[in-house]
Design a binder for this molecule. Sequence first.
Ligand code: A3P
Length: 303
Amino acid sequence: MNSSEPNWPVKTREMQSHHFDSTFWNDYKFRDDDIIISTYAKSGTTWTQQIVSQLLFDGEEGLPTAEMSPWLDLRVPPKEVKLPEIEAQTHRRFLKTHLPVDAIVFSPKAKYIYIARDGRDVAWSWFNHHINANENYYAAVNDSPGRVGPPFEKPPADNPVDYFRVWLEKDGHPYWPFWENIRTWWEIRDLPNVHMVHFANMKADMPGEIRKIAEFLEIPINEEKWPAILKHCSFDYMKENGASATPLGGGFWDGGAKTFINKGTNGRWHNMLSDEDVAKYEAKALEELGEECANWLATGKGL
Ligand code: A3P
């Protein structure tokens, strides 16, 4: 290429469903220092929001992180309510999205952090998220105006193994497609304003991963506050004090934020999935993602 300008992603479609309205992005007014935290879901979104808020606010305790860091493409509250609220924010903004790259509006100036997690761990986490969803959750996604398509269903299984099988068979059902999300973000991993993170690496070396995120976001770390930052991002702290970081303070789940911040571990599917299940998943990952990306998704290695 002669030009030094990268090929910036272009929006090619909308995604609208019980949860999504990607058109919110069309009216969103970017600022150059915006931070977008992106994941398929159940992959460490909330953890990363906590990390970014701790970095931005020097380890301050009790920040209303979930409120400060809205999920832009969630279709509730409606655009007319959500966008002015975000516009009114005066701090450096850090939004979350669960959309694939081709359904968002991409800014060459904003910084994007993408967090991935092995699909088997994602499905285990979805199961807990879904099985504990309460009536407020179903009312918000099904009964508020603007839903496109069928209503959001109750969990299709009462155990994680069968839940995983449906999720794999019907690509993300009943939430949204998994593979396109990983693939489209992986494809843009080399852009200068994209930083890829893996849940397994956050587990293995959270301090190291936080320092990389800080460097990417060009946020100098206040070393005096470093112990507080680490404490407030630890699993134990977030499990006990996670309400302010959890969507709606955990109000959509029986058991609240402690249900949402569940176990924080990978590999709970080992010894539960059959060899055939594992082989099916791995073959699908290879087919959908190619070897390099499938390997990164499974291990966090290779980037
Ligand atoms: P589990 O359900 O496997 O426990 P998301 O925010 O994308 O929905 O992801 C939720 C997952 O991240 C949950 O996984 C939750 O426990 C985990 N999580 C949240 N904070 C964490 C932390 N500080 N350390 C480890 N895992 C964390």
